[in-house]
Design a protein around this ligand. Sequence first.
Ligand SMILES: Nc1nc2c(ncn2[C@@H]2O[C@H](COP(=O)(O)OP(=O)(O)OP(=O)(O)O)[C@@H](O)[C@H]2O)c(=O)[nH]1
Ligand SMILES: [Zn+2]
Length: 353
Amino acid sequence: MTSHASRLDELGWRSFFSAQLSDAEVAQCVPVRVMAVHRGFIAVAGDGVETLMPSQIPGADGEEDRPAAGDWLLLARESHEPVRLLRRANLFKRLAAGVRQRLQVIAANVDTLFVVASCNDDFNIARLERYLVLARDVDVTPVVVLTKTDLVDAWEPFAEAARALQPDLIVQAVNARDPQSVAALAKWCGPGQTVAFLGSSGVGKSTLINTLRGSDTLATGAIREDDGKGRHTTTAREMHRLEGGGWLLDTPGMRELQLSEVASGIAEVFDDIVSLAQECRFSNCTHEAEPGCRIVEAIDGGSLDPARLARWRKLATEEAANSASNTTRKARIAGRVSAAPQPSNRNGRRPRR
Ligand SMILES: Nc1nc2c(ncn2[C@@H]2O[C@H](COP(=O)(O)OP(=O)(O)OP(=O)(O)O)[C@@H](O)[C@H]2O)c(=O)[nH]1
Ligand SMILES: [Zn+2]
């Protein structure tokens, strides 16, 4: 029994998942983790189970019901037929590219999201903040990793700028090429822990990943898959073993993640601004020149950084545009024509009382 428990523990099994099983399911089912998702089939691993199976799950009707890499799935103990997906601790999804945009699940049950930026001219605090919004929205713990410390005289100012973004934000500065330096990330990469990486191109994600994987480097697992429209490369596995015993969840979509439908994340990261805005005299205040604007007051009083306000505006505008286009898309899918213009905020002031 202990060896059974430890194999599942190694795969990331924990009480959050085991608590979801009924007594009958405990007796009749076995849990497996989805290691990779391919066209029409998935690779799963569990205690004494390691197999490919069709990706169709009984009762699945929406995009979110499809298995994603990192998911936990219950199988019938004897037949290994799929029974149901367990509720996720978190889920990364995106709008798949293409004419007919559809929601696509790309990763589930990530424990730590490494948000990577480099200590050089590419360092961009607004971009970093966007990734933190995304992490917050998905409900995963972010750890900011600043790379290329060996290429600058002083990396501390970069770390201070990052730490100033959120109270309690964890920031680690490393030389991604140096295993001793990258050992600072070991506590999030131990047995049973699942991590994922986000960050712009060239910041050092692959370098970090290769250092964390030790000798077992990436890109060796690539296979070719024919999808009928032409050949494209896909990776054989999406959950990669790290040297420390943890798992790297590296799906193709993960690296291209963009901000979409993240209103709640924005509200959390900018909670100071959002709560100020709720106290403005007018409910539709644009925070520009209205009387009784708490945000203008805070800027004049020096307690709010105008640059931070500008970043919030940019995100909030983008989010509003995203939500509006998603609404249009959904309406179109539902067969309705939606051409009604959004009411403008600026048509008149609406006092709160
Ligand atoms: N000196 C030094 N070079 C680094 C460090 N991290 C990354 N590099 C170098 O920076 C370049 C880009 O690193 P990658 O690991 O390919 O960056 P990436 O984030 O994976 O980039 P994409 O694959 O485009 O997303 C490579 O030449 C790395 O060797 C570091 O900490 N120190
Ligand atoms: Zn205002």
